[in-house]
Design a binder for this molecule. Structure first.
Ligand code: KG4
Ligand code: ZN
Length: 363
């Protein structure tokens, strides 16, 4: 069964075709990073307009690159939640229209659940050259989901059957990477920028705090971000009320690299500490990481070092936003729940992952 996935929840317009929930046939991603980096972050109105311009060619390219026509597509899966409302509307409207005109079943996918399913792609068509995991994860599966909007630990008992163990009580870890990058003067998106210069930095130069939470699986990253701001102010000899956007220019490259490395070390250790606590408590058969921050090499290294089972990682390009993960999850939904009505599907900009979103579409 071939599922066409469509993703437009933030600043990537993406479409992909995945067969039987594991074989990637095409993967097209049009990134808007070059447009938004001038503003230091995603501008929602610009994102929506840019999606409109490219959504149809991106979808058509995914169908063509999969080596077939619309006749070969068995179902469509689209991200309907969560995300920027204007961005979500473009992808869902395209998907609804195509489902109606081509008469295909439509599955409405939760973006964050989708990130987890990047780990289920283990094969690819000859024209693609990603380094993929060799085996699919097994249940029970512990997922560490770390993106620009989410930081959470989720225990999956089966497809569509999961329990949220804990989540961030304030900023997501990707958001913290992006904000710290801004403070120390590194370009958007902050995650890859920090990871790059951290390679040159001393990760123990600055002492930064780890938040203590009541629930052992909850996270908090806003205190860490503020601690970096205070340490930069102290390093530059400036008071708390000094304009934060003027601080970066006062740092030299060595200080900048050391701040990046010290922040990354504490952020990564915090993520892994809690993942390890959850691993010990629940003894899952597999551990996966998902979301944009899962592209972080330091996180992968630290997790593999501290979790006593082998972890296979999805390629970086399937960790950041893409539609292959949406198509993959769409396949597993199609095996379990009825398709959604293309005439009435609505977007849900804020939708947490406290319990499975699949039940919303059950008949
Ligand atoms: O999953 P994603 O592409 O979009 C959301 O759904 O949020 O995640 C984007 C986030 C951004 O905060 C970005 O800075 C972060 O992922 N990110 C990274 C890396 N690559 C992307 N963070 C740390 N290290 C990276 N290599
Ligand atoms: Zn995402």
């Amino acid at each position: 069964m071939k599922v066409l996935g469509i993703e437009s929840s933030c600043d990537e317009t993406a479409a992909a075709v995945v067969q039987d929930g594991y074989r990637l046939l095409s993967n097209v991603v049009n990134s808007q990073i070059d447009i938004h980096k001038h503003y230091g972050g995603v501008v929602p109105e610009i994102a929506a307009r840019s999606h409109i311009e490219v959504v149809n060619p991106v979808i058509q390219a995914a169908v063509t690159q999969a080596g077939g026509t619309w006749d070969d597509i068995d179902a469509i899966a689209v991200t309907y939640a969560p995300g920027l409302i204007g961005s979500l509307l473009v992808g869902t409207l395209a998907a609804r229209t195509l489902a109606i005109t081509h008469n295909k079943p439509l599955y409405a996918v939760h973006h964050v659940e989708g990130h987890v399913y990047a780990n289920f792609i283990t094969e690819q068509a000859e024209h693609l050259s990603l380094t993929l995991p060799k085996n699919q994860p097994k249940f029970p599966m512990l997922a560490l989901i770390v993106s620009g909007g989410h930081s959470q630990l989720v225990l999956f008992k089966n497809h569509g059957d999961y329990e949220l163990l804990g989540q961030t009580q304030d900023d997501a870890v990707g958001e913290a990477f992006d904000k710290v990058a801004k403070i120390i003067g590194l370009p958007y998106p902050g995650g890859p920028s920090i990871a790059k210069v951290a390679l040159e930095g001393d990760a123990h130069r600055y002492t930064l705090p780890k938040a203590r939470m009541q629930n052992p699986y909850d996270y908090s990253f806003s205190g860490l971000k503020t601690a970096v701001l205070r340490a930069v102010q102290a390093e530059c000899g400036k008071p708390y009320d000094f304009p934060s956007h003027e601080l970066a220019a006062l740092l030299n490259d060595v200080q900048r690299n050391d701040f990046a490395a010290s922040f990354q070390r504490v952020a990564v250790e915090t993520l892994v500490d809690k993942a390890k606590t959850a691993f010990d408590a629940y003894q899952p058969a597999s551990v996966v990481i998902a979301g944009g921050v899962a592209a972080n090499q330091e996180l992968r290294r630290e997790l593999s070092a501290r979790i006593p089972i082998a972890i296979e990682y999805a390629p970086m390009s399937l960790c950041t936003d893409n539609a292959a993960m949406i198509a993959t999850l769409g396949y597993y939904m199609s095996q379990t729940v009825a398709p959604t009505d293309p005439y009435s599907l609505e977007v849900v900009p804020s939708l947490s992952m406290t319990k499975t979103a699949w039940s919303r579409h059950e008949t």
